[in-house]
Ligand binder design. Structure first.
Ligand SMILES: *Cc1c(COP(=O)(O)O)cnc(C)c1O
Length: 424
């Protein structure tokens, strides 16, 4: 599908007058509409709730918008829990899906009344030791091992991941033992969680995963006699980073999960099970963009455009070779007849937002819009080469804009050591 910026050059210029580039900008209208469509797709399930994966975009303003649309929050660390606290989010509105969990993190989740999702069998004993009491509801994370594969049209493999190589979750035997021991410790209600594949561009991923987890739930219920309260399909629904990729059809996905529910859970009298999701990317990626200015051009063996943003602002291309679509604002309708590498200024040759990309001719000062940075964008930022994290801006539904995080300054960079004795 054609990729269109949610920002015009005119609006970008108006913002840049107050907030210099680079910055990440988020589209409130898109975020709200998308969240509503998701909730509608799963409205057949009475207890349905999306727990937004905070790690994707840990900004309290965005978390409040999602909360307003009925979402809870999925956290995996102490500071992510603190972010929820700052937003006034607590109790069963938080899912705590951590791994390699420190004692303080587990205790914080318990104090806040979050749903605790155990990543490992040894965590049964761990919570017995470190928590004042065992919570009434506990979730356990499942790992089926092996390879997870989904074929699309013409039997082409569409989704491939290898749970057998992943560090998360428990085997079925461990799940069974954990449920029995937790029940003896006084746990009354149970959840099941699994994350088998990331950024899936197939409408069949969630239904397939749901089928696997629903069948597991039936087996576990029969073997252990526990009451299963919820099944958490976690994250993994993908977005169309590339123009030629299909867009996930959330209504179709919700309906696919419903069919599995009717087929597998309902006949077992388990039609009181709530469906939870923990989407990050799907909730925000398309509704965020990195806005930067072209500050340098260079012609050697290839043609380069250098931006005032770098991989420290958006790590995905450098880390995973990810594609992010690029639009030169104001040149949307010009011919893409120039081939460029679009780079940042890190002393790392993988600091490239795009390689051999066909774009309109770019001039110094052009405003470059990098698409789909709303999730796992700003949040993966770092300070390599003394680069500072950018500002974050919210584009309101009425077209107004607001800075929702200021850019770092050198003072922020130096704040973790006492440099008073150096003459800086
Ligand atoms: C990262 C993560 C998510 C969100 O994944 P997306 O790919 O952004 O949807 C959800 N749950 C857990 C436990 C995660 O680690």
């Amino acid at each position: 599908m054609e990729k269109k910026p949610f920002l015009t050059l005119e609006k970008a210029k108006e913002i840049i007058k107050e907030i210099p580039t680079p910055f990440h900008i988020y589209d409130e209208k898109g975020i709200r509409e998308n969240a509503r469509a998701l909730n509608k797709a799963f409205s057949w399930n009475k207890g349905y709730k999306e727990y937004f994966a905070v790690k994707a975009t840990p900004n309290p303003y965005l978390m409040k918008i999602l909360e307003d649309e009925g979402c809870g929050m999925d956290c995996s660390s102490y500071t992510e829990l603190m972010l929820c606290e700052a937003c006034g989010i607590s109790g069963s509105d938080i899912m705590f899906s951590s791994n390699v969990t420190p004692v303080e993190d587990m205790q914080k989740a318990y104090e806040m009344g979050a749903y605790i999702n155990l990543d490992d069998y040894t965590h049964v004993d761990f919570i017995k030791r470190v928590l004042p009491s065992v919570p009434k509801t506990i979730c356990c994370r499942y790992n089926p091992g092996g390879v997870f594969e989904l074929s699309g049209s013409e039997d082409k493999v569409q989704v491939m991941d290898t749970p057998g190589d992943s560090k998360y979750g428990m085997t079925e035997e461990q799940m069974e033992k954990a449920f029995i021991e937790l029940k003896e410790l006084g746990v009354e209600e149970f959840g099941i969680h699994a994350f088998l594949a990331s950024n899936t561009v197939s409408n069949e991923y969630y239904p397939e995963l749901a089928g696997i987890l629903f069948e597991l739930a039936v087996r576990l219920k029969k073997k252990t006699g526990v009451h299963i309260k919820f099944i958490n399909l976690s994250g993994g629904v993908g977005v169309d980073y590339k123009p030629e990729e299909p867009r996930s059809d959330i209504a179709y996905i919700g309906e696919g999960v419903r069919k599995k529910y009717e087929k597998i859970l309902a006949p077992e009298g388990m039609d009181d099970v709530s469906i939870f999701t923990e989407l990050g990317r799907y909730m925000l990626a398309p509704f965020g963009a990195l806005v930067a200015t072209a500050i340098h051009e260079k012609h050697i063996y290839k043609d380069y455009i250098g931006l005032d943003a770098c991989a420290a602002n958006l790590m995905r291309p450098a880390m995973y070779g990810s594609y992010h679509h690029i639009t030169v604002l104001g040149k949307e309708n010009e011919k893409c007849d120039h081939m460029y590498d679009v780079t940042g200024g890190l002393c790392e040759n993988n600091d490239k937002f795009a390689i051999d990309r066909m774009l309109p001719e770019i001039e110094i000062g052009d405003i470059i819009y990098i698409h789909d940075t709303g999730a796992h964008g700003f949040s993966m930022g770092y300070n390599y080469n003394g680069k500072l994290r950018s500002a974050e801006v919210l584009l309101g539904e009425d077209g107004s804009f607001k800075m929702i995080r200021r850019a770092e300054t050198p003072k922020d960079y130096f704040i973790t050591f006492d440099y008073s004795e150096f003459d800086l």
